[in-house]
Design a protein around this ligand. Structure first.
Ligand code: C2E
Ligand code: MG
Ligand code: MG
Ligand code: MG
Length: 291
C-alpha cells in the first residue's frame, strides 16, 4: 500500500516538474520576444525622507504587461531570467531606462535592484559606469540594492564590486533585511550605505511587539555602523509614526504611494514640486491596474 502511494507521489511529482519546466521555457521565450518588442516597463515608487517628509528618491521596479498572456510579477520573471541568463539584458535595460527617466528630476535619488547573477559578471561595474555616462547621470544619485544571497554567494567578489562601485560615488543598499539569515557579521564586513528593512518586519511594527523590537534593534546597530535605514512596506499612519520614532531615515510603502509609471511621477513633481507631505497626506498615484 505504502509503495503504491510512494509511486503515485513520484509520478505526480514528475508531472509537476514537467509543467514547471514547460512554464519556464515558455516564459523564457516570452522574455526574449518581450525585450525585442520593448515590452518591459520601469515603474517608480517614492521613498520619503522620514524627517522632512519630502520625497527623497524612488525605487525602480520592473513591470511586464506580457501581451497577450497577461502580466507576471517581477519576482516570477526575474527568477526565470536568472536561470537562463536573460537577467543581464533585463538588468541593463532597467539601469539605462531608469537613469534616462530620472535624469531630469535632479533632486531625486534613484535606487535600482541588482540580482546576484548580475554581479557575477566581471564587467558589471563597467556596465554601470557606462549606463551612467551615457545618460549624464551622476554616480552619487544612484543606489544599487543587493540582497544577502548575493553577498553570501561570493563574499570576495561582492566586497570587490561594492568597493569599485563605491569608488564611483554610487551607494549600496542591503535590501530585504530581516528575511533570510540577516547576520550582523556581514553588516560590518560590507560597509553598506543603507539597510532596507523588509516589509515582513517593518509592516508589522504596529501589530507585533517582536517585529517592533527587531526593527529598533536593527536601527540601533545600523546607526552604530554609520548606515542609514529605510523601512519598506509602510501601509498606514501608525506604522509611519512608529518607524519614524524608532529612527528610520527614510520610508517607503503603499501608505505614501504605489509604484507608478514615469509619466505619473513627472506629473506629481510638476503639481506639487518638492513640498513636504502634510500630516496624513499621501502622494497621489495611479492604482496598479493590470499589473
Ligand atoms: P524589493 O526590491 O524588495 O521591492 C519592494 C517590493 O515591495 C515591490 O514589489 C513593491 O511594489 C512592494 N511594496 C512596496 N510598498 C509596499 C507596501 O506598502 N506593501 C506591500 N505589500 N508591498 C509593497 P514588486 O515590484 O512586486 O517587486 C518584487 C521584487 O522583485 C523586488 O523586491 C525585487 O526583489 C524584484 N525586482 C523588481 N524589479 C526589479 C529589477 O528591476 N531588477 C531586479 N533584479 N529585481 C527586481
Ligand atoms: Mg529593492
Ligand atoms: Mg525589499
Ligand atoms: Mg525583494
Amino acid at each position: 500500500h505504502a509503495k503504491l502511494n510512494g509511486k503515485g507521489r513520484v509520478m505526480h511529482y514528475d508531472g509537476e516538474l514537467n509543467r514547471v519546466r514547460e512554464f519556464q521555457l515558455r516564459v523564457e521565450n516570452e522574455i526574449r520576444s518581450g525585450l525585442e518588442r520593448d515590452e518591459f516597463e520601469v515603474w517608480y515608487q517614492p521613498i520619503v525622507d522620514a524627517c522632512s517628509g519630502k520625497m527623497a528618491g524612488v525605487e525602480a521596479l520592473m513591470r511586464w504587461p506580457r501581451r497577450p498572456a497577461g502580466p507576471l510579477p517581477p519576482d516570477t520573471f526575474i527568477g526565470i531570467a536568472e536561470t537562463c541568463g536573460l537577467i543581464h539584458a533585463l538588468g541593463e535595460f532597467v539601469l539605462r531606462r531608469a537613469c534616462r527617466d530620472l535624469q531630469p528630476l535632479y533632486d531625486l535619488k534613484l535606487s535600482v535592484n541588482i540580482s546576484p547573477a548580475q554581479f557575477r559578471d566581471p564587467e558589471f561595474e563597467n556596465k554601470v559606469a557606462h549606463g551612467l555616462r551615457e545618460n549624464h547621470f551622476p554616480a552619487a544619485r544612484l543606489q544599487l540594492e543587493v540582497t544577502e544571497t548575493y553577498v553570501l554567494e561570493n563574499p570576495e567578489r561582492a566586497a570587490a564590486a561594492i568597493a569599485n562601485l563605491k569608488s564611483f560615488g554610487t551607494a549600496i543598499a542591503l535590501d530585504d533585511f530581516g528575511t533570510g539569515y540577516s547576520s550582523i557579521g556581514y553588516l560590518r564586513r560590507f560597509n553598506f550605505d543603507t539597510i532596507k528593512i523588509d516589509k515582513s518586519l517593518a509592516g508589522r511594527v504596529d501589530s507585533d511587539p517582536q517585529a517592533a523590537a527587531l526593527v529598533s534593534g536593527t536601527i540601533r546597530i545600523a546607526t552604530a555602523l554609520g548606515m542609514a535605514v529605510t523601512a519598506e512596506g509602510v501601509e498606514n499612519a501608525q506604522q509611519k509614526r512608529l518607524l519614524r520614532q524608532a529612527g528610520c531615515d527614510a520610508l517607503q510603502g503603499y501608505y505614501f504611494s504605489q509604484p507608478m509609471p514615469i509619466e505619473a511621477l513627472l506629473r506629481l513633481r510638476r503639481e506639487r514640486g518638492d513640498k513636504p507631505l502634510a500630516a496624513g497626506e499621501r502622494l497621489e498615484a495611479l492604482p496598479e491596474a493590470g499589473h
